[in-house]
Design a protein around this ligand. Structure first.
Ligand code: FAD
Length: 427
């Protein structure tokens, strides 16, 4: 049994949606494109899961956050795919791939062949078992990567109002889930091994602002230690979390956000792998000419960083790499190498920040941390390489992005700190 398409997108997440929109814009015929996804719904804006979807009041629900609504573009509902003759093969896992034969084999036993493949398999949440701790299958232990996880998390939160949650992991999943739990009137203890939250991006000073805000909302922090085991009741439900430093925390529920791993396994041994992702060139093309990779799974050269190969786990990168791959496929003579400015954002409670570039070198903090109007610049070898801003306006975010894009020269860090936002606004 088998079907053949000109273009196949493997994976039905953010990148797949943006790639489909670009294919339609650049002109494909009905029946040429197929999207295969393990998820049972059409591509959606994944960040909405930890923001709107988890809210106790007026939560976001599909179809409101299908791609590409997040970027104020057309919203791609299942009807949109039907109208454009795009085959959505949902609820279907691809279990093997043969890039030499240009075929994919699904778990239902179907062989789907392609002329051009775009790999958009994203990433999966790391499980505690990978760190030697058992217990992920307990009904009140939650992860958050897809819609099924988010629906489960909502059910568990609703059954725990007034109770205790332990959040494991200091990254943005931990940070955004903690905010959602607080809104559900659940008391949170947030546990992570680093000295402060968002350790991969925040400076200690930036982290202190957010941690103080979280404390003011009743969140308890336990840092510098990790989870070692759970205590369970006779039904298998977790009742307490045991930490390496010996502490025991009673828990009605647990949320785990300890990082992700790119879904590369189908292609290991067939395509070049680097930095945990599928290595592509500036046109998102892998080591096989007929195969492209985009989004969280792709490791691509970032021009701005001297073509250093990076694998970015951010929604903006998924959107832009997807569009770029489709342009490289459909209009190759007009498409050069992607020139991408890395961008990441988050929203928690009433706070909202954006970050552009790289967090390398020396840091200059600016603004007023006590009022929540602050930011930071990163300067490496006399050039601005990164910028962060909390509660900025559109114009201010554009200004800091531009300063990083231009890698403006910085002569004096003290002066930069003193000028703050004005420095970027006059670039
Ligand atoms: P994904 O969106 O993960 O899609 C991958 C798809 O491939 C999935 O549908 C999956 O089921 C499918 N798939 C994988 N393997 C197979 C297989 N073998 N067969 C069939 N289908 C398969 N980024 C930000 O910049 N800002 C944010 O605020 C932000 N918030 C986030 C909040 C949450 C809760 C999560 C989980 C992520 C968030 N991100 C955020 C990250 C952002 O969502 C990702 O960078 C983005 O989704 C990556 O898009 P992608 O298409 O590469 O992968």
């Amino acid at each position: 049994m088998g079907r053949a398409f000109v273009y196949v997108i493997l994976g039905g997440g953010v990148a797949a949606g943006y790639a489909a929109l670009e294919f339609v814009r650049l002109g494909i015929s009905h029946g040429e494109l197929c999207i295969i996804s393990e998820e049972t719904v059409a591509p959606y804006e994944r960040p909405a899961l930890s923001k709107g979807f988890l809210l106790p009041e007026d939560p976001a629900r599909l179809p409101s956050f299908h791609t590409c609504v997040g970027a104020n573009e057309e919203r791609l509902t299942p009807k949109w795919y039907r109208e454009h003759g795009i085959e959505l093969v949902l609820g279907t896992k691809v279990k093997s791939a043969d890039v030499r034969r240009k075929t994919l084999l699904t778990a239902t036993g179907e062989t789907i062949s392609y002329k051009i493949l775009i790999i958009a398999t994203g990433a999966r949440a790391l499980r505690i078992e990978e760190f030697g701790v058992r217990g992920s299958d307990a009904e009140n232990v939650c992860y958050l990567r897809d819609l099924a996880d988010a629906s489960r998390l909502v059910d568990v939160m609703r059954s725990c109002t007034g109770g205790n949650a332990v959040v494991i992991g200091g990254g943005y999943i931990g940070m955004e889930c903690t905010a959602a739990l607080v809104k559900h009137r659940i008391k949170v203890t947030w546990v992570f091994p680093e000295k402060h939250c968002m350790g991969r991006l925040f400076t200690p000073k930036i982290a202190a602002f957010y941690e103080d805000y979280y404390k003011s909302r009743g969140v308890n922090f336990i840092k510098g230690t990790v989870l070692t085991s759970f205590e369970n009741d006779s039904g298998g439900k977790v009742t307490a979390v045991v930490l390496k430093d010996g502490r025991r925390l009673p828990a009605d529920m647990v949320v785990v956000g300890i990082g992700i791993r790119a879904n590369t396994s189908l292609f290991e041994g067939q395509l070049n792998i680097e930095k945990g992702g599928i290595k592509v060139n500036g046109r998102m093309q892998t080591s096989n000419n007929s195969v492209y990779a985009v989004g969280d799974v792709a490791a691509f050269p970032v021009k701005l960083f001297g073509n250093d190969i990076r694998r970015l786990e951010h929604v903006d990168s998924a959107r832009k790499t997807a569009k770029h791959a489709v342009a490289a496929i459909m209009v190759p003579q007009k498409t050069g190498d992607l020139d991408y400015l890395p961008f990441f954002y988050s929203r928690v409670f009433t706070l909202s920040w954006q970050f552009y570039g790289d967090n390398l070198g020396e840091v200059a903090h600016y603004g007023d941390f006590s009022s929540g109007r602050f930011g930071a610049y990163w300067v490496d070898k006399g050039q601005m390489v990164g910028a962060f801003l909390e509660s900025g306006s559109r114009e201010e975010y554009e200004a800091i992005a531009e300063a990083v894009r231009l890698k403006v020269t910085v002569k004096d860090m003290t002066e930069l700190e003193r000028e703050g936002l004005e420095f970027a606004l006059r670039v």
